[in-house]
Design a protein around this ligand. Structure first.
Ligand code: 13P
Length: 344
């Protein structure tokens, strides 16, 4: 059976399922391992990822796809099975991070703003990733709210790069996850929910404009946005209902209904907040697009802590992961409640 972009997207945003973002770069995974006092060796990184991908029930029931890092897509589990085959056996689609990171954007805001790189040679890299099993990809643009930022130069450069990446992915029969992330941990104390709304709306307008110019087929992408949320340093935090309402309002103003699915990043929200916000939004449906999760930290944090780098903790860590996956699977259907969270 030939997989079309549309059929891959459909599978990625199937009801009750979402994406596990396990594509931490070498620098980021080191930070995560530092939090449990574990050195970031190739073997430890393999064991950590194997812990998730081998959690068969959670993967089968709630994880439609996994975003991998270049090292991981080539790695083998302890028994010699490739990690890709391990997740495929659980019915999950392999994906790959293809950007090479956010680098300082030359110009007056270079201390704050970045442009995401990775377009050079991308056509050839995508062809190789396809042979390694990847059927979707990810590119993350980073937008920072600060005094005088974002600049139009930053939004335009990042949106153009996202559009060029997305067009190359579709040419390679790989679904692009288009991720423009407006950070919630920027340095600006006046970064409240209204400011997040304003910047996210502008960002998404710019991204969809560039996707149009690049002839990207919107029916063959997944959008991965931030939620509309007050910055972590804001004096006034927004209620969960406000986050849900403002996020939906912003998406309705910017994301064409041709886009089949939106999978949010968690961006530093607590595990439970990320779940609650998603569930509230789905309970306010129906919407023109499927709304689900593509969480990194909010799916992994509890399992990472429980695992602590020890093989004897793998079973308990998998239970912690299975719980979060289940809660987010419910949230993707608008069925999560605080009572269900506590009952487990
Ligand atoms: P978080 O959910 O931890 O924000 O990670 C998602 C992701 O893939 C960021 O690029």
């Amino acid at each position: 059976m030939t997989e079309t972009l549309a059929s891959i997207v459909r599978a990625l945003v199937a009801p009750g399922k979402g994406i596990l973002a396990a594509d931490e770069s070498s620098g980021t995974i080191k930070k995560r391992f530092d939090s449990i006092g574990l050195p970031s060796t190739e073997g430890n990184r393999r064991d950590y990822r194997e812990m998730f991908f081998g959690a068969a029930e959670a993967m089968k029931n709630h994880v439609s796809g996994v975003i991998l890092y270049d090292e991981t897509i080539r790695q083998e589990a302890r028994d010699g099975t490739t990690l890709v085959d391990l997740m495929k056996a659980a019915g999950s689609i392999p994906g790959i991070k293809v950007d090479t990171g956010a680098k300082p954007l030359a110009g007056p805001t270079s201390k704050i703003e970045t442009v995401t790189e990775g377009l050079d040679g991308l056509r050839e890299r995508l062809a190789e990733y396809y042979t390694l099993g990847a059927r979707f990809a990810k590119w993350r643009a980073v937008i920072t709210i600060a005094e005088g930022c974002p600049s139009y130069n930053c939004l335009n450069a990042n949106a153009q790069a996202l559009a060029r990446y997305a067009a190359l992915c579709q040419e390679a029969n790989i679904v692009p996850i288009v991720e423009p992330e407006v950070l919630m941990d920027g340095p600006h104390s006046a970064h409240d929910i209204d400011k997040c709304y304003e910047v996210t709306e502008w960002t998404l307008k710019e991204v969809f404009q560039q996707l149009y110019y690049a002839n990207v087929d919107l029916t063959g992408i997944v959008l991965k946005p931030n939620m509309i949320i007050a910055g972590q340093k804001a004096a006034k935090q927004a209620s969960p209902h406000e986050v849900a309402e403002q996020t939906l309002k912003c998406l309705k103003a910017t994301v064409p209904p041709a886009v089949p699915g939106i999978a949010f990043l968690s961006g530093g929200q607590s595990d439970e907040a990320a779940t609650e916000h998603l569930s509230l939004m789905n309970a306010m449906g129906p919407h023109p697009w499927a709304l689900t999760f593509s969480y990194g930290r909010a799916l992994q944090a509890a399992a990472l802590k429980t695992w602590g780098g020890k093989s004897e903790n793998v079973a308990a860590a998998r239970r912690a992961f299975a719980h979060r996956a289940k809660m987010n699977g419910l949230a993707a259907q608008g069925k999560w409640t605080g009572a269900l969270e506590k009952a487990a």
